[in-house]
Design a protein around this ligand. Structure first.
Ligand SMILES: [Zn+2]
Length: 127
């Protein structure tokens, strides 16, 4: 079998795909460093809107009402909360890849929820 020589074009393609691979690696690192789990802004917005809608539904659910009544206070600062005052906080924020599921929601007062925004509890409380 004769040894294979690359044409100029193939060589060009190879070096191109090589640099592309490096670019990909850089974007993966940035991706991991950002901690969102999203590849782009569009994907992030779609996720956010979807989970936000699920949160609105969850607030009306018997699961949520029972949780607020049982806990009766803000998960973060401990202030007493009624069902009317309680807000649904995403422990891992939606903007950071969190979802609206039972294990990722906490009863929070309005001020903690708005103060926390897109931070994780660890970042916000500086734990
Ligand atoms: Zn609070």
């Amino acid at each position: 079998m004769p040894s294979r020589f690359y044409t100029k074009q193939e060589r060009k393609f190879q070096s191109h795909s090589h640099s592309h691979k490096n670019l990909h690696r850089v974007s993966m690192v940035q991706h991991l460093a950002s901690g969102t789990g999203f590849m782009d802004e569009k994907e992030r917005t779609a996720h956010y809107n979807k989970e936000k809608k699920k949160a609105q539904l969850m607030r009306k659910s018997s699961f949520w009402q029972a949780k607020v009544q049982k806990e009766g206070k803000c998960y973060y600062c401990g202030v007493s909360l009624s069902l009317k005052d309680a807000t649904l906080d995403h422990i891992l924020p939606l903007a950071r890849g969190g979802t609206t599921k039972k294990g990722n929601v906490a009863v929070a007062c309005k001020s903690c929820n708005s103060e926390k925004r897109d931070n994780t509890p660890v970042e916000w409380l500086h734990l």
